[in-house]
Design a protein around this ligand. Structure first.
Ligand code: ADP
Length: 531
């Protein structure tokens, strides 16, 4: 119930009850007063009748009844009764009038059968003059006064209502204008002080908690935003409550995209089964070329949370490593088979003198292949980032090229042309290894001992040859590990199929890129371009 209503009804009921009480008290006193007045009027009338000696029939008695009684009780005259009336000597008012000169009584009239007020006085002869009046008539008089009285009461009641309304408004006004948005230090009523103090304390407490909650919320959203993996919070029916930018990246959505349902992200069977299982499920989905690992868990009361991890790179590395291991074992098996075959023949002594030298040469050649294979594998594994490589040297590419030229002295004609000196930050041994591989390839895949050129400019070093060249189709694959355009030629020249991947790794380590320009039957040029 509203306080204002309570105050209003309390005021109205207090005043109404008071008025009802006042009404009855005043009615009582009014009645008493009227009875006294009626009695006084009756007495005056009796005295007038006694002293003026008028004919009773000529008297105007209004509602009163006049009776004259002789000292022995005989009714001499009665204004209302017809015929003989019984002896009135024993009537109390008559008795009193005879003995004291005045008597009165209230009782039920045997003649008229109504409650009556009797008043009697005696005259000099001892006769008793009596006036009687129905008591009701006194009330009738009172009732005549009632309508104006009730009208006044109703008017008063209306005033009470208006006053109560105004008082309620007056009491409530300071309360209505109380502003709890700030601290309430001086409440309009002293009784409210403990309440406002408590409210102020609670307000401070709530503000503290809100600040801490906001901080937690900011921290959480910062963490969620910062995570590159996808996080989606969704209801059981799939409605998305929140998702981070990771999700937009995974599904290549614009920055401001806000899909409503997880089915707008993907309609894969996995997403449908997650919805069927109330937000539970895990598996992998394909988004274009990429593989996404999906894990969804229901969260009490919140719906469910789904994590999306792009595992394409991981899978690519795993696949590469698997293929690498398969290739290594294959590459190792070939020379090992040759070595074990030739050595077995030698062991059995079933070889001619000439073949002993030939077989020993073949075994040596295969062993060298194994060695260069293991060297290349070791180098590749040292380049995969797990071991520490000193990259702080200022490497003079011209000096490195000179050293490479020297390395190949007698194996091929290598010239150096310096358009601009080039010094890069990195590791000189690795850059030399890269150039050795490139120049080595140019020598291996040369035609008619054409000259090989190392060209150094401001941002790159290029190894150019006029060899057999590489087709467009093969150009994209030659950097793959163990890929060789012509396997037997590569084998013949002692190639492992790892040279260009080593060059690629070394270039990447120096923040450089490799570019190839080649034409079949014309020649190739490989450039390491530094940024
Ligand atoms: P390999 O040990 O077989 O030389 P690489 O990784 O160094 O392995 O090279 C991969 C393949 O690329 C070679 O087998 C060869 O077919 C081709 N290739 C590399 N360099 C040249 C070049 N200068 N001219 C023509 N083909 C080349």
């Amino acid at each position: 119930m509203k306080l204002s209503r309570k105050i209003f009804f309390s005021l109205v009921s207090i005043v109404t009850v008071s008025f009802i009480f006042l009404f009855f008290i005043s009615s009582y006193f009014l009645h008493m007063r009227m009875e006294d007045e009626v009695k006084a009027g009756m007495y005056d009338e009796l005295v007038l009748i006694r002293d003026l000696d008028v004919d009773p029939d000529e008297l105007e008695l209004r509602r009163m009844r006049l009776t004259m009684i002789s000292p022995d009780g005989t009714v001499l005259y009665d204004s209302d009764a017809e015929g003989e009336l019984e002896n009135h000597l024993m009537r109390p008012e008559v008795q009193e009038a005879i003995s004291h000169g005045y008597g009165e009584d209230k009782r039920r009239s045997d003649t008229l059968l109504v409650d009556m007020l009797y008043m009697a006085i005696s005259d000099q002869e001892g006769n008793v003059i009596r006036l009687s009046l129905p008591i009701d008539s006194i009330y009738y008089d009172m009732l005549n006064l009632m309508p104006p009285f009730i009208i006044v009461l109703l008017l008063l009641f209306a005033v009470i209502l208006i006053l109560s309304y105004c008082i309620t408004k007056w009491v409530m006004k300071p309360l209505d204008s109380l502003d709890f948005s700030g601290n309430v230090d001086t409440p309009p009523y002293d009784e409210l002080l403990p309440l406002t103090e408590r409210l102020n304390r609670q307000k401070i407490e709530i503000e503290k908690q809100m600040t801490s909650l906001q901080r937690q919320k900011d921290e959480t959203s910062l963490i969620i935003k910062g995570i590159s993996d996808g996080i989606v919070l969704f209801r059981d029916d799939g409605t998305i409550l929140m998702m981070n930018d990771g999700v937009r990246n995974i599904f290549s959505l614009p920055k401001d995209a806000n899909p409503n349902s997880i089915l707008e992200l993907s309609r894969s069977p996995l997403f449908f089964s997650i919805l069927d299982n109330k937000g539970e499920g895990q598996g992998k989905i394909k988004v274009g070329e990429r593989t996404i690992d999906v894990r969804a868990t229901p969260s009490d009361g919140l719906g469910a949370v789904m994590f999306l991890f792009d595992v394409s790179e991981k899978e690519r590395i795993e696949r590469r490593e698997r293929e690498f291991v398969e290739n290594i074992s294959h590459e190792i098996r070939t020379p090992l088979t040759s070595i074990s075959g030739y050595s077995e023949l030698l062991e059995r002594g079933a070889v001619t003198e000439d073949n002993i030298v030939k077989f020993s040469h073949l075994i040596h050649k295969e062993a060298l292949r194994l060695k260069s294979l293991s060297d290349d594998i070791l180098l590749l594994s040292s380049l995969d980032g797990k071991s520490r490589i000193d990259m702080s040297e200022d490497v003079d590419i011209v000096a490195v090229s000179e050293s490479v030229k020297e390395y190949f002295a007698g194996k091929g004609e290598v010239s150096i042309s310096v358009k601009s000196p080039l010094v890069v930050k990195g590791n000189s041994s690795l850059l030399e290894e890269a150039l050795v591989n490139l120049v080595g390839n140019s020598i291996k895949y040369n035609r008619n001992d054409n000259p090989i050129e190392i060209i150094i400019s401001s941002d790159r070093v290029t190894v150019k040859d006029q060899g057999i060249g590489i087709s467009e189709l093969d150009k994209d694959r030659i950097f793959e590990r163990f890929y060789r355009v012509d396997k037997s030629r590569s084998r013949e020249t002692g190639g492992t199929g790892l040279g260009l991947s080593i060059v690629n790794e070394i270039a990447e380590l120096h923040g450089a890129k490799i570019s190839v320009e080649s034409e079949l039957g014309v020649g190739s040029s490989f450039s390491i371009i530094f940024k």
